[in-house]
Design a protein around this ligand. Structure first.
Ligand SMILES: [Zn+2]
Length: 310
């Protein structure tokens, strides 16, 4: 059963975005943020701190680009949240991850409240098969032919990639499961939750799938917006705002239309950490039980089989 949340300021539902920084430059995302600001929708933009030392599989600016750093700092001043997406776009050892977090502190005045693991970074925490437990882990390993088994080692204490203790000390919320439904909270009513089997993460949150502009628009379609509102739910869209939202300097028309429509509703449009802080305060600290975790994992595996989200 889903408990109905009473949202602040008499709002009917909550909506936000975690923007994965892959491929992002100023040119290909600034127009999106202009629209969001104009509509008073404050969301979360993640960053990479350090210029990588390897050729990126997935590129995009890092905070070592001065103009880009300044631009993200302006976003922060305007009320957007800056989140963490690993130190850079390739695997980092402990020292580099620690340095990245100190840089974050230096640039933004605090450690990141939210983060999401970046694909392929092997220091990612509880990632790959470590996202799941027991038989669900086995099912995942069979599905992925064991390619992601024990591949990610941010939480493995004897690894050079280990930074679990730093994560626990400095970061409050880490993303795990992504669902195709717009109402993230309906799919993961426990969030934010602590998982005693994954002690280096303080709290986990889930997201809704909209990796690029088409899947984002699909998830945010009119009927889904209306249902989110009716259900009084909460949506944390997980997306890459550099993927098709701006083309040739112009905002995707459908995206603009959907955001403008959503903005007219009585929603609570705040960054991911603000939303999660509210839920944590509202629901209290929750340790996920093995039954709840099993349910969540199974639900995610089903979506994974169907559409393969992150
Ligand atoms: Zn990424």
């Amino acid at each position: 059963m889903i408990k109905h949340i009473r949202w602040p300021e008499g709002r009917d539902f909550a909506f936000t975005i975690f923007d994965d920084t892959d491929l992002a430059t100023i040119e290909n995302v600034a127009a999106v943020y202009d629209l969001l600001k104009d509509k008073e929708m404050l969301t979360t933009k993640s960053v990479w701190l350090l210029m990588g030392k390897q050729v990126p599989k997935v590129g995009g600016f890092t905070c070592e680009n001065r103009d880009y750093l300044n631009w993200t700092q302006r976003l922060q001043e305007q009320g957007f949240e800056i989140g963490f997406h690993n130190a850079t776009f390739h695997t980092s050892q402990r020292e580099t991850t620690a340095l990245g977090l100190e840089q974050f502190f230096g640039y933004y005045g605090h450690y990141p409240a939210t983060m999401a693991n970046h694909t392929g970074c092997q220091e990612s925490i509880y990632w790959g098969s470590a996202r799941l437990s027991g038989l669900n882990r086995l099912a995942y390993n069979l599905m992925t032919r064991f390619l992601k088994h024990k591949r990610f080692r941010g939480h493995v204490a004897d690894s050079k990639l280990f930074w679990g203790d730093i994560c626990r000390e400095k970061i409050k919320y880490v993303r795990n499961f992504v669902f195709s439904d717009i109402n993230t909270l309906k799919n993961c009513p426990y969030m934010p939750y602590h998982d005693p089997a994954r002690p280096y993460v303080n709290y986990w949150y889930a997201s809704s799938e909209g990796a690029e502009v088409n899947s984002f628009n699909h998830c945010l379609a009119e009927r889904n917006q209306d249902r989110l509102e009716e259900e009084g739910g909460a949506c944390i869209m997980y997306t890459h705002l550099a993927c098709g939202f701006v083309e040739n300097g112009r905002l995707n028309h459908r995206f603009r239309e959907l955001i403008e429509r959503l903005a007219k509703k009585n929603g609570w449009y705040v960054p991911v950490a603000t939303l999660l802080d509210y839920l944590l305060d509202y629901n209290g600290h929750h340790e996920i039980t093995s039954v709840e975790r099993r349910k969540l994992e199974r639900r995610w595996l089903k979506v994974k089989i169907k559409i393969g989200p992150s």
